[in-house]
Design a binder for this molecule. Structure first.
Ligand SMILES: [Zn+2]
Length: 70
């Protein structure tokens, strides 16, 4: 089925406050995904090395201040 409709730019004054606000209800930021490090329990971003202990997938991959003093 082909829709025979054209979309035009609509002047700002032709869109009511309510219509504008209703459209923007879907525009929102969602909270970032946080997982906990299996090594130290620090909250970290998924698929990233831990910023505290430098571990990723059970191995140390990055040197951090905490691990360098050991
Ligand atoms: Zn960690």
């Amino acid at each position: 089925m082909k829709l025979d409709l054209q979309l035009f730019a609509v002047p700002a004054r032709r869109v009511s406050k309510t219509a504008k606000r209703a459209r923007r209800t879907h525009l929102k930021k969602d909270a970032p995904t946080v997982v906990t490090c299996k090594q130290c329990g620090n909250p970290i971003a998924p698929h990233r090395a831990c910023t505290k202990c430098g571990y990723y997938k059970g191995k140390q991959v990055v040197k951090t201040e905490e691990t360098e003093n050991k």
